[in-house]
Design a protein around this ligand. Structure first.
Ligand SMILES: *Cc1c(COP(=O)(O)O)cnc(C)c1O
Length: 495
């Protein structure tokens, strides 16, 4: 199977090349030329498998240039008991007969990014070998919090790779900062940027497009790559958990044969919900795809009206990983829904670039209406949802998960569809202690690790051990840079 680009479908790449390159050279995103499918019998057989085995089954359909043995060893390493705190890897928490929560935060950094970023380094390292690359890859990341730490944990001590993470000095939570500056590993670097997330991201983009730096680094034996969510190697591992959750519910008799599963996802860059769409394309009986946004409701408007308009106020919310105005992975959905019309997709993306706005065709809009439902959740409703889930259902959720739980309720109330539904839980409540404490009626005292202890004492819910011990860990990275000096930080790091 080959991979092509959303903006030029005459280009053909192997999976290894697509994963190594990340982004196609004309700016498009890679995707498989055909979507493989799972039969009912295959799905049935997967009910008896472990998460790791299911990952091999799904991924091998997309990665013909990787052997099953390779994929098996990657899955065992990525989703091992040392890294995930439950053997289920992505366990399902059942709230009532029709409502289930898929917990995607049991990995080393307590956010759903681990599901993909534990796998990507294995895929990338193998793709370097398969494409005859003899240089060391350096992953550059600008992070608003979750991605940076998950990428550091994923790439730590992986051969032939180095990673450098830039985070905004005053733009991440105390816990997120501690997670990064105490990172272990011999191939990792962390530096704060004096500025906001945009400054850090602009700096990283500038380094990527700087020919002089690229040449200099090539001479030193390095090339630059990115681990952001547009890499196919990040989307693919996410398809696995949507197949897996269906298998778990079927095995437990919680969903009957022929019954469909609605899925609600707290959405930012559109990577997570896109993976659910792909699982549906593969034949998993998925009903509505429910897209949940916070106050930044650009996707809600788009999925309801067909108009994507990024020219709007940017809100800083208590669910920061969803504070996004440009959802990059939407491009892959547009390609699929236009039946692979690369000219049409290119047109939309050019308009987005020049005017910040585009409107999709009626044909695409008709398909979107059949597949998706969307709504946004206010800050007040985020708080009250956390409160209600804790007091009434005895279930502690974080701010991102609360957005999904709330939008699922809105969908059911408005559409009268009370079918079986799963909402995705994308972060441990312990990553956002102060908001969660406030929501359950406790006054936060102190900051960072003190709040972890306070939340644990107040609720009796066990904190993930890696977060609980953060306060005892040695700070390894204290470097800070002006935004215009980020180039020099990279050059010094790759001496
Ligand atoms: C990244 C992230 C999201 C958004 O996921 P997308 O794939 O970008 O839509 C939601 N919640 C949390 C906690 C995240 O870290």
């Amino acid at each position: 199977m080959h991979y092509l680009s959303t903006r030029d479908h005459t280009l053909r790449y192997t999976a290894a090349e697509a994963i190594k390159q990340g982004l196609s050279r004309e700016g498009g995103l890679f995707l498989p030329e055909t979507m493989p499918t799972l039969t009912k019998e295959q799905l049935k057989a997967m009910e008896g498998m472990s998460y790791q085995e299911r990952a091999v089954e799904v991924m091998s359909l997309f990665l013909e240039d990787y052997s099953r043995e390779e994929l098996r060893s990657f899955a065992d390493a990525a989703y091992s008991p040392e890294r995930f705190d439950t053997p289920a890897v992505a366990p399902v928490h059942t709230l009532d007969a029709t409502t289930h929560c898929l917990e995607l935060w049991h990995g080393p950094t307590s956010a759903f990014k681990d599901m993909a970023l534990q796998m990507l380094p294995h895929l990338l390292y193998a793709s370097l070998k398969k494409t005859g690359e003899d240089k060391t890859v350096c992953i550059l990341v600008a992070t608003s919090g979750d991605t940076g730490k998950a990428a550091l944990e994923g790439f730590k001590d992986v051969d032939h790779t180095k990673i450098m993470v830039f985070y905004p000095k005053n733009g991440v939570s105390e816990i997120q900062k501690l997670q990064m500056v105490t990172q272990e590993g011999d191939n990792v670097g962390v530096c704060s940027v004096i500025g906001n997330f945009d400054d850090a991201q602009t700096g990283v983009k500038r380094i990527f497009s700087d020919e002089k730096i690229r040449e200099e680094l090539l001479e030193r034996g390095y090339f630059l790559s990115s681990a952001n969510s547009i890499n196919w190697g990040r989307v693919l591992p996410q398809i696995v958990y949507y197949v897996s959750v269906y298998c778990d519910l079927a095995r437990a008799g919680k969903i009957k044969e022929g019954e469909k599963l609605n899925i609600c996802v707290p959405t930012g860059n559109f990577g997570n919900i896109l993976s659910a769409y792909y699982a549906q394309c593969m034949g998993v009986p998925i009903g509505k795809l429910i897209c949940a946004s916070n106050k930044n409701d650009v996707l809600t408007e788009f999925l309801r009206t067909g108009v994507y308009d990024r020219n709007r106020h940017f809100h800083t919310t208590m669910s920061p990983s969803m504070d996004i105005l440009i959802s990059s992975n939407l491009e892959r959905l547009l390609y699929a829904l236009s039946d692979g019309n690369d000219t049409e997709v290119r047109g939309y993306m050019e308009q987005l670039n020049t005017t910040g706005k585009y409107q999709v065709s009626d044909k695409i809009m008709e398909k979107i209406r059949a597949l998706f439902w969307a709504d946004s959740c206010s800050e007040e409703d985020t708080v009250s949802t956390i409160h209600r889930y804790y007091k009434e259902k005895n279930y502690l959720i974080d701010t991102h998960t609360a957005v999904a739980a709330n939008v699922l309720e809105a969908y059911r109330a408005e559409m009268g569809d009370n079918g079986i539904a799963v909402f995705a839980s994308t972060a441990s409540p312990y990553k956002f202690c102060s908001h969660v404490l406030n929501a359950i009626g406790e006054e936060p005292v102190g900051d960072g690790v003190e709040l972890i202890a306070q939340l644990q004492n107040a609720t009796g819910v066990q904190a993930p051990w890696r977060l609980a011990v953060l306060g005892d860990k040695k700070v390894r990275f204290t470097q800070s840079t002006e935004k215009l000096a980020m180039e020099q930080v990279v050059l010094d790091y790759l001496k």
